[in-house]
Design a protein around this ligand. Structure first.
Ligand SMILES: Cc1cc2nc3c(=O)[nH]c(=O)nc-3n(C[C@H](O)[C@H](O)[C@H](O)COP(=O)(O)O)c2cc1C
Length: 221
């Protein structure tokens, strides 16, 4: 029988503040994954925080530590889960800024990686519009973003004292979403069927600086 490496998830929230609702939802996701026997690398946005992207700074200083951290921890994982706040119907700038920095490191680690998006907000829509915006750069970078997303509405009053969702039906739906994603990650990691190429800015002249083509090898990113 073929032996396989254990599957590993990177899970982080995209909020810098203490008391973040998305931190709580990311923690619940981490517990849910770990309870099902999969190893979790739990991170926070502050681990990946970067100065505003600046091409001059990149040329003089290279990538900031936060971007390198995310690249390394993504590369070491089979899948990622992000719980992101919604700011003005989009994703927080701090998250987009880090994604932009990480996208500059070759090979960029989002290519071919399985991802699940969560959000928590005090509003009635739970931050779901922000996740549609977050999909765009992630899918552009070749991540396989899971079709279902979980957005927790009225999140400020949704958790019980143990960190689970007080509404039993909602808790069950959350667990099912995570389980279905875990099954897909298991299948995609063990039995890769799709070989994908990520292509950036195909120029008219052959030039390694602008013609970035990264192939995801069969069997993982
Ligand atoms: C600049 C800014 C814009 C916001 N825009 C939205 C929004 O469009 N939709 C929404 O549901 N909540 C919005 N909020 C409220 C956040 O959802 C709320 O602050 C949430 O608790 C942030 O996530 P966190 O608790 O994980 O930090 C906004 C908050 C800030 C600071």
């Amino acid at each position: 029988m073929q032996t396989h490496e254990p599957i590993k998830f990177l899970i982080f929230d995209a909020s810098l503040r203490t008391g973040s609702l998305n931190d709580r939802l990311a923690s619940l996701a981490a517990v849910t994954v770990a309870e099902r026997g999969v190893s979790v690398d739990r991170a926070r946005m502050m681990d990946f925080d970067c100065p505003s992207y600046d091409d001059d700074v990149e040329k003089s200083d290279g990538s900031p530590a936060g971007a390198e951290q995310l690249r390394e921890r993504l590369a070491a994982a089979d899948a990622f889960v992000i719980s992101a706040p919604e700011y003005n119907a989009s994703m927080p700038g701090v998250l987009k800024n880090t994604i932009d920095w990480v996208s500059r490191i070759a090979p960029q680690p989002f290519n071919g990686k399985q991802g699940l998006l969560l959000s928590a907000s005090p509003s009635m829509v739970g931050g779901n519009r922000g996740l549609w915006a977050l999909r765009v750069p992630l899918e552009h970078l070749g991540a396989r973003v899971y079709p279902d997303m979980f957005s927790l509405a009225q999140a400020h009053q949704a958790f019980d004292g143990t960190g689970r969702l007080a509404n039993a039906q909602l808790q069950q739906r959350f667990e099912r979403t995570i389980e279905c994603f875990m099954e897909l990650v298991e299948a995609a990691t063990r039995y890769p069927t799709l070989k994908k190429q990520w292509v950036e800015f195909l120029g008219e002249r052959p030039d390694p600086l602008i013609d970035r083509v990264e192939a995801t090898p069969m069997g993982g990113a």
